[in-house]
Design a binder for this molecule. Structure first.
Ligand code: 0RA
Length: 629
């Protein structure tokens, strides 16, 4: 009575388990598309491979049947059919209880996280029908199931001299939209498994088309690499390294070719790790270090040279296979090994073995080093060419120019940069500014000295370089307007010919190389007053002749008039009040048309045609305000 109750309770649990698998198959096999469908076969095959790795099976056979079913057979010990304490056979437990694997099958390696290892019960739950046939201790035992539920007990079907397990199943069309197996897909995976598990003979037979192939590789992953490289020019025979300590096992097969690409395939517990992980990074770290050590030690690599990580894998084909008891699979696709202990394990075992190999095989060492060195040299040459084109380093410095008096505020939207002509005006504006939001960069008048130089030379000028560094945007290909450090850039020059030159040069620079700043309205011209009108203690500023006349009138004549020839004539307070204070100043926003016009003027001023230049300067000197940008 007691027994019967327990049996019933367990039966309910089994049904609930199978129901969960059928309700959410993707949780167990990833998806119900082609991939998930083929996963059923792989799941059954994995069990056979485990039995082979345990040393009991030598052959695995997969047959694709005309009725749409698959049959997976091994010649191992056979799944135990003996009665379990609760009255059920071990076979029934393995085929119907979710994750019963651990109880009966002593798996050396778990494949949690990956989708393998979910157990034969999942295959059963997702099959229209399944049949398990066990040849064990001279008897043939058979049990059948429908959608995971046993339809027969474990029946003895006769005697046998054979030994092993056959699982036959037909995928359930209620679960899978497509239930037709693809021969190519399955044979690829079976061949891979045969490479990864040396000595296991895996046969695939497609009875729908009468095709049969046998995969058997005594050489394991060494033969895998030979296969991958068969159409390439190989620089040496395949190298093979292996180590097993405790419950971690790692093996690496590698061979350099004259190709420029790398091909590193990595596996954890026979599962492909598309995104690599700690096993691969341990290998790469060790490889690069040993190549450098050996190269330096043997004076192949010169002082100051270094083979980089990318250099050491150029032309390399490698297969890395590790067996780890508790693998952690990471990332979006779960295709990356996360176990940190594996990195050091692979690095240290491989480094030691590879180092010894190089020392004992100087010819191969020479060929490998030559390949890595040529990769390094090509990389350096490419980088130099890139640097030259992109002027890398010139504008990428994060160091701000020493002459810049920066503001405290860090939000570019609140920050202003005053580019000020001359050191004396620069000094006054540094004193007079609002330090919180206003930065000042003084420019030397010397900027004019490079006016006849081609633009690339102009860019090499310290003054222009300081402007670009202060802006923070980078230059040329690296220009990124989002990195702009100030949303108001105010050009503040004297109202004379020199000032106009500097402004024109800056606008041309902005127009040609920082157009986005003009388009976004970030560039301004300061409008310093031309006159100061004073009567007693009353002061007025006039920005043009009309204002001067009005101011003179308002003060009742008899006024003292000062004409500003340069910003340097104003003290810090005056400069603040008239030109910099956001409350009282006037700024002129520079438009793209202004930039275009400046560009035209630039050509006019810089060109070789003397006559138009003279005419321009004469006109400019007479009508300063009309040409004021
Ligand atoms: C548990 C114990 C034993 C064998 C197996 C599981 C086994 C499972 C599968 C699945 C497919 N092929 C298999 N082959 C074996 C060994 C029990 C014993 O005889 O000691």
């Amino acid at each position: 009575m007691q027994d019967e109750n327990e049996y019933n309770a367990e039966s309910i649990q089994v049904l609930e388990g199978l129901e969960a698998v059928r309700k959410r198959p993707a949780m167990y096999i990833g998806d119900t598309d082609r991939k998930g469908l083929h996963h059923l076969v792989y799941e059954a095959v994995d069990n056979c491979i485990d039995e082979a790795l345990a040393g009991f099976a030598k052959n695995v056979e997969v047959v694709l049947k005309p009725d749409g079913s698959a049959s997976i057979r091994d010649d191992g010990r056979g799944i135990p059919t003996e009665k379990h304490s609760m009255g059920k056979s071990a076979l029934e437990v393995v085929t119907t209880v979710l994750h019963a694997g651990g109880k009966f099958e002593k798996k050396a390696y778990k494949v949690s996280g990956g989708l393998h290892g979910v157990g034969i019960s999942v295959v059963n739950a997702l099959s229209e029908w399944m049949e398990a046939e066990v040849h064990r201790k001279g008897q043939i035992y058979v049990q059948r199931y429908a959608r995971g539920v046993p339809t027969t007990g474990v029946e003895v079907k006769g005697e046998t001299s054979y030994r092993g397990t056959i699982i036959r199943f037909k995928p359930d069309a209620q679960i899978f939209p497509v239930i037709e197996f693809d021969y190519e897909t399955i044979r690829e995976r079976l061949r891979e498994l045969a490479f990864l598990n040396r000595g296991v003979r895996i046969t695939i037979r497609d009875e729908r088309s009468n095709v049969e192939e046998v995969f058997f590789f005594e050489g394991g992953i060494t033969q895998f690499v030979e296969h991958l490289n068969k159409a390439r020019n190989r620089l040496h025979p395949v190298l093979y390294f292996q180590k097993e300590v405790g419950n971690i096992e790692a093996e690496i097969a590698m061979q350099y070719t004259d190709s420029y690409s790398e091909m590193i395939y990595s596996f954890v517990n026979d599962i492909k790790t598309i995104d690599g992980g700690t096993h691969v990074s341990g290998f790469r770290t060790g490889l690069t270090r040993i190549l450098n050590d050996y190269g330096m030690g043997n004076k192949i690599i010169k002082e100051g040279q270094k083979v980089g990580g990318e250099d050491s894998v150029e032309g390399l084909t490698a297969v890395i296979s590790v067996k780890v008891p508790e693998p952690q699979f990471e990332g979006q696709t779960k295709g990356k090994l996360g176990n940190s202990e594996v990195k050091g394990y692979v690095d240290s075992f491989f480094s030691a073995a590879f180092k010894q190999f190089l020392e004992e095989n100087p010819q191969v060492a020479k060929a490998i080093l030559a390949k890595a060195m040529s990769a390094m040299e090509a990389r350096e040459a490419a980088q130099k060419a890139k640097d030259l084109i992109r002027r890398k380093g010139i504008f990428e410095s994060s160091v701000l120019p020493g002459k810049l008096a920066d503001c405290i505020e860090e939000d570019p939207a609140k920050c202003e940069l005053f580019i000020v002509e001359g050191d004396s005006a620069g000094g006054s504006s540094k004193q007079g500014r609002n330090r919180q939001t206003q930065a000042v960069l003084p420019l030397k008048g010397k900027i004019l000295n490079v006016e006849k130089a081609p633009l690339n030379k102009i860019l090499m000028s310290n003054e222009i370089r300081n402007v670009v560094l202060a802006l923070g945007t980078g230059f040329g290909q690296d220009f990124d307007p989002k990195k702009l450090r100030y949303h108001k850039i105010v050009i503040m020059t004297d109202a004379d010919v020199d000032g106009a030159h500097i402004r024109t040069l800056l606008l041309t620079l902005f127009y040609r190389h920082f157009k986005a700043l003009l388009e976004n309205g970030f560039i301004y011209a300061a409008m310093p007053p031309l006159f100061r009108v004073k009567k007693g203690k009353i002061e007025r500023y006039a920005y043009d002749e009309t204002e001067l006349a009005r101011a003179t009138g308002e003060l009742g004549g008899d006024v003292e008039i000062q004409r500003y020839k340069g910003l340097g004539e104003m003290n810090a307070t005056q400069l603040w009040e008239t030109t910099m204070n956001p409350e009282s100043r006037t700024l002129k926003k520079i438009t793209i048309e202004d930039g275009m016009r400046a560009d035209g003027m630039f050509s006019l001023l810089m060109g070789d045609a003397v006559e138009p230049r003279r005419a321009f300067i004469e006109q400019y000197a007479r009508e300063v305000k009309n040409l004021d940008i």
